[in-house]
Ligand binder design. Structure first.
Ligand code: GSH
Length: 214
């Protein structure tokens, strides 16, 4: 079997998602850091891996995959033991709604390259960037809190075991805290975060555990 290699960056939310997914499925991998702060993701070497110049990229099963949700769905579909989404179609759609609300709505708007550009063209510098984050992240997460107000939500977004929605949520909460966003009005999100932090798969994927590139 070919070696599984994850090209990632410690503070990248999308990479953090894939680290959690791999850990939950007990898939061992070698991490290769791509330093976003030095522009390594725009190097010819990395653009050859992913024409978008983004992390994560995963080499697995003789394939090279990008886009965290595509990677997670691939793992879910190819590993028989994987239960990242429930079987019932309505519940699957509900959990995908939560995952997409984070990964396709909050995250792209608050990607550092987007926020940096907004700060640059507004001339507002670091304060404009922080204001941008404080504008978009709480509104997005407040909607996720309401989406999770559902009888099927338990310790996690779907019952007692973590899945795709939680994998997207936990890195977004880490990111929100980095920007000093007040989550106190979001008890369900705080509760799920606390439950996730009890699990080794989430603890080992945490940016503080991974640390910056040497
Ligand atoms: N939708 C992509 C997002 C990937 C992404 O935006 N990655 C960020 C780090 S979280 C990145 O590589 N940023 C570099 C840049 O924006 O130049 C995914 O889910 O994989």
């Amino acid at each position: 079997m070919s070696e599984i290699v994850l090209y990632d960056y410690w503070r990248s939310s999308a990479s953090y998602r894939v680290r959690i997914g791999l850990n939950l499925l007990s898939i061992a991998y070698r991490a290769v850091p791509v330093n976003l702060t030095t522009g390594a993701h725009r190097s010819a070497e990395h653009v050859a891996r992913n024409p978008q110049g983004l992390v994560p990229v995963l080499d697995i099963d003789g394939r090279r995959l990008a886009q965290s949700l595509a990677i997670l769905e691939y793992l879910n579909e190819t590993r028989p033991e994987a239960r990242l989404l429930p079987n019932e179609p309505g519940e699957r759609a509900r959990l995908r709604t939560v995952a997409y609300a984070i990964a396709m709505e909050i995250h792209p708007v608050c990607n550092l390259s987007v926020a940096n550009h907004a700060a640059e063209i507004s001339g507002g510098g670091e304060e404009a960037k922080a204001e941008w984050m404080r504008h978009f992240i709480p509104a997005g997460l407040a909607a996720v809190e309401r989406l999770l107000d559902n009888p099927s939500t338990g310790r996690f977004a779907h019952g007692e075991a973590p899945g795709l929605a939680d994998i997207c949520l936990i890195p977004q909460l880490y990111n929100a805290r980095r920007w000093g966003i007040d989550l106190s009005e979001m008890p369900t999100l705080i509760h799920i975060d606390a439950e996730a932090q009890k699990l080794d798969a989430f603890v080992r994927a945490h940016p503080d555990r991974v640390g910056p590139p040497a």
